[in-house]
Design a protein around this ligand. Structure first.
Ligand SMILES: C[S@@+](CC[C@H](N)C(=O)[O-])C[C@H]1O[C@@H](n2cnc3c(N)ncnc32)[C@H](O)[C@@H]1O
Length: 254
């Protein structure tokens, strides 16, 4: 039976990220600072982590607020990993991991409108496109609810050509922070703050564990392509991390 190349490439990408603490750049200390910045939240907080992967953020949110967290990801491998991690952390009673499409919160999950106080999403909105993701999620947030969403962003209006060429192909609608802030406003949010994830944590928490994982995986043809792209991505970030990176958009539903 033959499998189409896109399916093989997604399977390789999942296999490459299996067992890692994070499936994208992020940092618990940095996220804790954001949570401090948000200040007091309502009692009986309802929290969602969308595109949760194996749950780095969901675990932190549950531990920090001691409130229920619904964690959604389309990948069953990562959802199973989150179930295990939540049990190991003694947080399974607070975290509900759900395998579903985060673009279909109403249709697939039957979420009522205005049910979320705090929506968190790290490194996942780009799968839908930043503006489409924010627009689609907005009806499920309560008025004045908070969304913290990280998004790959240009830090300069004049990016270096090699980085521009790579990201124009990989993520054609990648925007600057000001473009993304405009997109957020159009989607029904006010922008409370933007905070850049420091480049050193990309290496510490994501690229270094990923490099170690590359040594472990079976090098199928599809894996070779995914690894080559990942190596190129890392080389570019090594050279040009001043020009782009993950910005956390701290938003309030208007
Ligand atoms: C770069 S990873 C980030 C994961 C996690 N938030 C983290 O920071 O470790 C992006 C995640 O989005 C998930 N994803 C992609 N498209 C999705 C969709 N339509 N619905 C739900 N999850 C999706 C992927 O399975 C993956 O786990």
């Amino acid at each position: 039976m033959s499998t189409d190349p896109q399916t093989e490439s997604i399977a390789a990408l999942i296999e490459l990220h299996r067992g890692l603490e994070r499936q994208g750049p992020g940092d618990t200390g940095f996220s804790r600072q954001l949570l401090q910045q948000l200040g007091p939240m309502p009692a009986n907080l309802r929290i969602a982590d969308l595109g949760c992967g194996s749950g780095a953020a969901a675990l932190l949110l549950a531990e920090h607020y001691q409130c229920p967290v619904t964690a959604v990801d389309s990948c069953s491998v990562f959802i199973d990993e989150l179930k295990l991690r939540a049990r190991q952390a003694g947080l399974a009673y607070l975290i509900t991991p759900i395998q579903a499409d985060m673009a279909e919160l109403g249709a697939e999950l039957d979420w009522p409108l205005a049910c979320i106080d705090l929506l968190w999403s790290e490194g996942a909105a780009y799968n839908l496109g930043f503006e489409r993701a924010l627009s689609g999620w907005r009806p499920f947030l309560k008025d004045n609810g908070i969304a913290v969403v990280s998004e790959m962003s240009w830090f300069t209006d004049d990016p270096p050509q090699p980085a521009f060429d790579f990201w124009s192909a990989a993520y054609p609608t990648m925007g600057s922070e000001s473009e993304n802030s405009d997109r957020a406003r159009r989607a029904g949010y006010r922008v409370l703050d933007t905070r850049r994830l420091p480049s050193d944590v990309w290496w510490k928490n994501y690229y270094t564990p990923l490099r170690a994982r590359i040594q472990q995986v079976e090098m199928t043809p599809a894996m070779q392509v995914v690894v080559q792209e990942t190596e190129t991505e890392m080389e570019l970030f090594e050279k040009f991390s001043d020009s782009y990176g993950y910005t956390f958009y701290i938003l309030q539903a208007t």
